[in-house]
Design a protein around this ligand. Structure first.
Ligand code: 3PG
Length: 328
């Protein structure tokens, strides 16, 4: 069958859209599964420092095997690359462990409601620490984000200060992660998948001593015995699932950044949170009051308005020097 020039053009135009659609669907699905298993594990084995470490360790191991077997190409890195990756890894580690600590204390939905306020942190850090200015509409779009998150927080039935602060710290840390990665990846030839693999390895090295200091093997052994006595040996599969899915969703999200602009990415990330919030409320039967749901809806709507208003390529999710960053 011969296609006309016009038909060929339309197939070519649909190709990237289909690819991005697939990336998004896979990213959200993996993220929902991660969040559910992560919470199932934390409910019976509340050691977020260890589970965060295991997520990074599993991802690192998967990538070492992929490199060793030739499944993935070994990245060509030098000392400068690892030096520039270091601040990214510190921020990634803090953001990851803080989110997991949060989820060990509050409902998954609540952590993600607060995390939907990340754009507000991005603007505030860029404004006050980097001196960037934004159009008035961007600042105005922060009002529903902050107001909605605040309304959801004050009406949260199972509010817990550590859970709240963990999600807030995670927001702040991930904003720095994104700013540092943008700087670190400029002009480097490491693609999204390998960039995230190196990030996992370095974060694992940073987090391990802290996990041992904060929780430690004695607590883990006792906690594990309790978890197995409650659930049975299959709890190990829950841990495996949360670890594998953590790596996979992050890997896909970094890979998608090779293809899309940070603006599209930030919209995708917000839509991801909606799927996590809704699915976790259903699965864990989280009680929700109408006014709490209203606060969540306002915050998420605010994030969409923000995405429309903000020239996001400047500040948000500048993770890996994807196409848009090469021009910025
Ligand atoms: C984590 O454990 O790192 C968080 O759940 C990550 O959250 P995010 O990728 O949804 O921002």
């Amino acid at each position: 069958v011969e296609l006309s020039d016009q038909e060929m053009g339309s197939v070519a135009a649909k190709g990237p859209k289909v690819k991005i659609g697939i990336y998004f669907a896979v990213w959200w699905a993996l993220n929902v599964v991660f969040n559910i298993y992560n919470k199932k594990v934390l409910n019976v084995f509340p050691y977020p420092w260890l589970t965060s470490t295991l997520s990074l360790a599993t991802g690192s191991l998967m990538m070492l095997i992929s490199w060793g077997t030739g499944l993935a190409e070994v990245p060509n890195t030098d000392l400068d690359f690892w030096k520039s990756l270091f601040p990214v890894a510190v921020a990634h580690t803090i953001g990851h462990v803080a989110a997991t600590v949060s989820m060990s204390k509050v409902a998954v939905s609540f952590t993600h409601i607060i995390k939907s306020g990340e754009p507000a942190f991005s603007v505030l850090v860029s404004r006050f620490l980097l001196g960037e200015t934004f159009p008035a509409q961007v600042y105005l779009s922060l009002l529903p984000i902050i107001g909605g998150c605040a309304l959801a927080a004050v009406t949260e039935l199972n509010f817990n200060m550590i859970g709240f602060m963990g999600a807030m710290i995670s927001n702040l840390a991930f904003v720095f992660r994104n700013i540092f990665s943008k700087k670190g990846m400029k002009g480097k030839a490491v693609g999204g998948m390998n960039y995230y693999a190196c990030l996992s390895l370095l974060s694992l090295a940073i987090l391990t001593p802290f996990a041992i200091a904060v929780e430690g093997p004695q607590m883990w052994v006792e906690g594990w015995k309790t978890a197995v006595s409650q659930i049975g040996p299959q709890v190990i599969w829950w841990v495996a699932a949360q670890s594998v899915f953590y790596h996979l969703y992050n890997q896909v999200s970094y890979m998608s950044l090779d293809e899309i602009s940070p603006l599209t990415f930030s919209i995708g990330n917000t839509m991801k949170r909606i799927s996590v919030i809704v699915s976790s409320i259903i699965i864990f039967r989280t009680p929700v009051q109408p006014v709490n749901a209203l606060g969540t809806a306002i915050a998420i709507l605010g994030t969409f308005i923000y995405s429309q208003e903000n020239d996001a390529r400047k500040i948000y999710k500048g993770l890996n020097g994807g196409n848009d960053f090469k021009h910025s």
